[in-house]
Write a protein that binds this ligand. Sequence first.
Ligand SMILES: [Zn+2]
Ligand SMILES: [Zn+2]
Length: 115
Amino acid sequence: MTLAPLTVACPECGSRDVFYSCKPECCFNHVCNQCYTTFELETERVGELQEDITAPPDPDPSAPTAPCARCGEYKIFAMDGMLPRSAQYLCVSCKALLALSITNVAKGSLPREGQ
Ligand SMILES: [Zn+2]
Ligand SMILES: [Zn+2]
């Protein structure tokens, strides 16, 4: 099993050029660098990891992140392994298995057709 930093695709344009624009003490607002859509990430606890893990180094502060649904920490990593697709994220603080979802999508302010 390997842990990788979180990556998310923009819900509007699909770009992975997404960065975290705020601080965990405030909110989990992310911005797409392509279309300026903003959105928040949230997690839902779907299980518990049984095996021991070595916590990877803290992620880049501007990399996408989300709060753990259980402990509120934001050390969430993507898991490569044989888990079901719904449980592919791990909180390295409390070892909760998490499903990630996107919420509060606000479309970017770039000019669009029909506006
Ligand atoms: Zn986008
Ligand atoms: Zn946790």
